[in-house]
Design a protein around this ligand. Sequence first.
Ligand code: NDP
Length: 248
Amino acid sequence: MSMQGKVALVTGGTGGIGTAICKKLAAAGAKVVATYIGDEGQAKDWQAKMAADGVDAMIVACDVSSFDDCKAMGDTLNAEMGGVDILVNNAGITKDGTFRKMSADQWNAVLTVNLDSVFNVTKQFVDGMMTKGWGRVINISSINGQKGQFGQTNYSAAKAGMHGFSMALAQETAKKGVTVNSVSPGYIGTEMVMAVPEEVRNQIVAQIPVGRLGKPDEIAALVTFLASDDAAFITGANIAANGGQHMC
Ligand code: NDP
């Protein structure tokens, strides 16, 4: 599965799942660029840790909810890296609350970071992929976009919207060698999920037929396969990786 010569952009690449995706794409030979929004020092520490693990990753600050930020990033990467071949729209946030209590701010934050971002970032690179006749767009959705989740009308709507986007864009780009797919992880043992009290985590695990949380590496492996030449016939799909928690 050689990705030599390919440039892979992973939004939120410094996060839990993003880090695993960056490592696997780099191991397959891609030149990896990770976006971050937080502290520059932390992003540099992340980059140093990746280097210690043998991964030469670039970092770029970008608020994916801002079209202007994404345009600036796109202009730079298109000029300096010759575009992006593999785009993983992975950045995401939650701001949970029951619908009756949910504020417009909670709604807007989750919709802009999880869904508008997919437009903002993909817009910068799809023309280049179609011109080259090869490209991969992989959108990290969620089990909760497939089944809904109490307290997550905003997140479930955004994540379901990502897959609508994937299906529509897949039809527009298929003839030009550009595939567009969604990946819908179930509960993954990232720092955020591992910080949940053990008793609550055990209740979550009890709902997962495989009997455990997913691993970031398992999502990364699926993303890396979708990014490969071998996955050229898979487009417009939403692939679940949830240990059997939700089947559809
Ligand atoms: P993390 O919180 O570890 O990573 C999310 C990343 O998104 C962080 O790197 C964060 O950057 C970045 N980010 C947040 N807001 C913005 C923004 N406005 N602009 C740019 N980047 C931003 O979460 P996970 O790794 O767990 O999640 C990755 C994806 O997987 C998300 O889309 C999530 O919804 C999805 N997912 C996760 C599941 C899980 O169980 N963990 C299950 C199903 C789906 P920074 O650190 O700099 O703030």
